[in-house]
Every structure is written in structure tokens, then in C-alpha cells.
Design a protein around this ligand. Structure first.
Ligand code: GLN
Length: 442
């Protein structure tokens, strides 16, 4: 394991940071224009495909679900055959290819491009996250903060992409937008190849040796099995978290556009700008939140990953309570529009919840998963977030029918209940982790 550090972390972390930044730039850039491209009129200056809203949203939901579900085969590919390092490389190449195929103006190219991107993200996303964990030895106290830094990189990509790819795609040419996303991924790939020297020994291919076969064939020990049980239970709760969070791109996007008063100092903020708000909050709050949790832990309070995930889900519930405030203004107080402050407050709470659970979950997985299922477990987590995405779409459809007030309240209560469930069982679940979270240098 290489020893050189930057800001107290292995240099490899920053290689993975920039690679993932550009992968997310490409992913969120594409995501920002997908529905707009599908629904844009098929004739005119910058023609789209001319689909209706419902079909476009359906494809969007299926796409975002598959992109994450493919993390399972992506993880298995790394565990069994390629190792994480090569899988990330392969994933990056598939994404680049996919984005440029999308840049071709034909419906066959469109579907081929989507399939390539889905496969590419599946091979890249879980495995690059597992590699971050591989930079730290068991018990290294820097692991959680390493994941926070990595998460900030993700969100720099997620913040800038809708603005840049959105602008070039929507205003100039959709296909230019897609290829810009492809150029982003090329940059990521260049950083990754150049930085390979800082990643020696991390995520290498499992040797097709008798030893590797033996490790893969050996059944899990009792401790390993119990750790897997904790992981799977915590994943179930995270479905609720992501189903709430991912409203942002779908239903909340429309809600912001149609119901929220977005006028500030006489200027109306475009609804799509609010799509960058979560990522903006993550960039601003990532370091203070990590510092807060460290302080909390040093004070001797409960600071296990399970606790933080439960806490994060409850704060997500509070975020939806703020939206209840917005819906109340419109449906009960009969104001024409809901105040923007509710949305700003709600998204802030979503991100406090996110920073308490999401980077923490990634780090937790790399501590708990048995070696032979390292990438598979990460893939399973992303698959769960994919199901959360799909569920978010279903909830959004429901909100369209039954009205937002009831749905916001319902989501909020669900988050409170599921978050509380984790908090209630935190001690028992911790026992089942068999000390996997103990730091050695404290
Ligand atoms: N926003 C984060 C990312 O893009 C988390 C997504 C997720 O876990 N589904 O990586």
C-alpha cells in the first residue's frame, strides 16, 4: 500500500475523486437533459424526440433504476474476474462510447447509447467506491473522512453538469450536450490512467489461482454472515431514504416549477437551477458535517454507521415536513404559490440527512463486507438506491393524483418510522457487526 499522502489522505483518493467527479458529471449531465430531449418537439431548431410527458418520465424512471441495478453484475464482475481497477477502466470506456453514440441523431443510436451507459456505470460506480475503501487499512480512522472527500467530488460533478450540459444541450444542440458529457468522462479516464501509479495494489484482478478459487469457494464464517445480515437490513432502510430523496429530480422538480414562487429580487429562478441545490449544499456542508460527527464521537456519544443512517432518515422526514408547510400554504391557506423558503429548508434537511447516511453507508460497506463479496455488497447497495429511485417515481405519480399534502406527510411519517426503527435496534445490530467499526488509533 502506497504511503504518500495529500491533506492527510493517500494520493490515490484524489485520483478516484477526480475520476468519479467526471463520471458523475457525465451521469448527471445526461440525466439533466434526458427528459427534456425526449419531450422536445421533433421539429424545429433543436429537435428532440417529441414524446409525451408520461412516456418520457417512464423511460427516465426505468433508466435510473437500471443504471443502479447494473451495479450488481458490475460488482460480481470485479469480485470474480477483473478486480475493481480494471472494471472501473472498462466502465469508463463504455460510458464514453455510450455518450458519443447518443450524440448520433438516430433512434437506434439512442437506445444503444443508453444500454452502453447503463452497463458502463454498473461496472464503474460500485467498484470505484470499493477502491476508496481499499486505500485504508482495517481500523484506519481516516476512512470515513476519505469517503466524505470522495462524496464532495461526486457532488462537484453533480452540481456543474446540469448547468453546463443543460445549457449546451437545451439551448444549442441536444447532441452537443451528450458529447460534452462524453468529454467529461474522457477527462475522468485520463486522470485514472495517469494516476494508476498511486493505486498500486488497490482493486487488482483476483489471480486465477488455486488460492483465489479456494477463497471464493469457502463458505462464510458465522461472523461474516452476521455482518452481511446487518448490511442487508440497513440497505432496506436506505430504500426509504432514497425513495424520499430522489423525489427531487421528478415530482419536486415539477412542483418547484408549477407551485413554488421562485421570484427573488424580481428575477424568477429557473426550476432546473434548483436541481443543483442538493449538490451545492453537499459541497458546502460536507466538511462541517464530517467534523460534527467526529466531535460527536469524541464526546463519547453513539456514532455508529447504523445510528447515523437512522438519524439521516429521520432528518429526511423533517425535510418532508417542511414540504408539508409548502403544500399547506397552497391547499389550506389558499395562497396562490408556496414560498421558496420551504423548498430551500427542505433540501437543506435532505442534505444533512444525506451526509449523515450516504457516505457513511459506503464506508460501512467497505468495513463489513467479506472480501469475496466486497464489490457485490457495494453493488447491492447501489441496486437498493435504484429501487429507491423507482419507488420515488411511483410516489411522485401518486402525489400527482392524490395531491402533494398527503404524500409529503406520508413520506415524512415513513422516514420517521424507519429511521426510528434503526435507532431502536442500533445496539443489537452493532453486536452483529463484531467490532468491524472499531478504530485502532483512538
Ligand atoms: N448522489 C450520490 C451519487 O451520485 C448518491 C447516489 C446513490 O447512492 N444512489 O453518487
Amino acid at each position: 500500500m502506497q504511503q504518500k499522502t495529500l491533506f492527510g489522505h493517500p494520493i490515490g483518493l484524489f485520483i478516484l475523486f477526480f475520476t468519479e467527479l467526471w463520471e458523475r458529471f457525465s451521469f448527471y449531465g445526461m440525466r439533466a437533459i434526458l427528459v427534456l430531449y425526449l419531450t422536445a418537439a421533433a421539429t424545429g431548431d433543436n429537435p428532440g424526440l417529441g414524446w409525451d410527458n408520461a412516456s418520457a418520465l417512464e423511460l427516465y424512471g426505468t433508466y435510473t433504476m437500471f443504471v443502479y441495478l447494473m451495479s450488481i453484475p458490475g460488482g460480481i464482475l470485479a469480485d470474480r474476474w477483473l478486480g475493481q481497477k480494471k472494471s472501473v477502466m472498462l466502465g469508463g470506456l463504455l460510458i464514453i462510447l455510450g455518450q458519443f453514440v447518443l450524440a448520433i441523431d438516430s433512434i437506434t443510436a439512442f437506445y444503444t447509447g443508453l444500454v452502453l451507459i447503463i452497463s458502463g456505470v454498473g461496472a464503474l460506480k460500485p467498484n470505484i467506491s470499493t477502491m476508496v475503501g481499499g486505500l485504508y487499512r482495517a481500523g484506519d480512522i481516516r476512512r470515513d473522512s476519505g469517503f466524505t472527500i470522495f462524496y464532495i467530488g461526486i457532488n462537484i460533478g453533480a452540481f456543474s453538469a446540469p448547468l453546463l450540459v443543460g445549457y449546451f444541450g437545451e439551448v444549442i444542440d441536444w447532441h452537443l450536450g451528450f458529447s460534452l458529457a462524453g468529454f467529461g468522462m474522457i477527462l475522468g479516464q485520463i486522470v485514472y490512467v495517469w494516476g494508476g501509479k498511486y493505486l498500486q495494489g488497490i482493486g487488482e484482478s483476483p489471480k486465477r489461482s488455486a488460492e483465489h478459487k479456494e477463497v471464493m469457494a469457502k463458505p462464510l464464517s458465522k461472523i461474516e454472515k452476521e455482518r452481511m445480515v446487518v448490511l442487508l437490513l440497513s440497505f432496506l432502510i436506505m430504500i426509504v431514504f432514497w425513495a424520499a430523496y430522489e423525489q427531487a429530480g421528478g415530482f419536486m422538480n415539477l412542483y418547484a416549477k408549477q407551485v413554488v414562487d421562485r421570484e427573488v429580487f424580481g428575477y424568477e429562478i429557473p426550476a432546473s437551477f434548483l436541481q443543483s441545490l442538493h449538490a451545492f449544499y453537499v459541497i458546502i456542508l460536507g466538511v462541517p458535517m464530517a467534523a460534527f460527527w467526529l466531535w460527536w464521537k469524541r464526546k463519547g456519544y453513539e456514532a455508529s454507521a447504523i445510528f447515523k443512517m437512522g438519524f439521516g432518515t429521520i432528518v429526511m422526514g423533517l425535510g418532508f415536513m417542511a414540504l408539508v408547510g409548502a403544500a399547506y400554504e397552497v391547499s389550506v391557506m389558499a395562497l396562490e404559490k408556496a414560498s421558496l423558503y420551504w423548498l430551500l429548508l427542505s433540501y437543506l434537511l435532505h442534505v444533512v440527512g444525506e451526509l449523515s447516511s450516504s457516505p457513511v453507508a459506503l464506508s460501512f460497506i467497505t468495513k463489513l463486507a467479506p472480501a469475496k463479496y466486497a464489490s457485490f455488497s457495494m453493488g447491492a447497495y447501489f441496486a437498493v438506491t435504484g429501487l429507491g429511485n423507482k419507488l420515488a417515481g411511483i410516489i411522485g405519480e401518486q402525489a400527482e393524483k392524490s395531491g402533494p399534502l398527503e404524500v409529503f406527510l406520508g413520506v415524512s411519517i415513513f422516514c420517521f418510522l424507519f429511521g426510528a426503527l434503526l435507532l431502536v435496534f442500533v445496539k443489537r445490530l452493532k453486536l452483529l457487526t463484531h467490532g468491524a467499526e472499531e478504530d485502532t488509533d483512538e
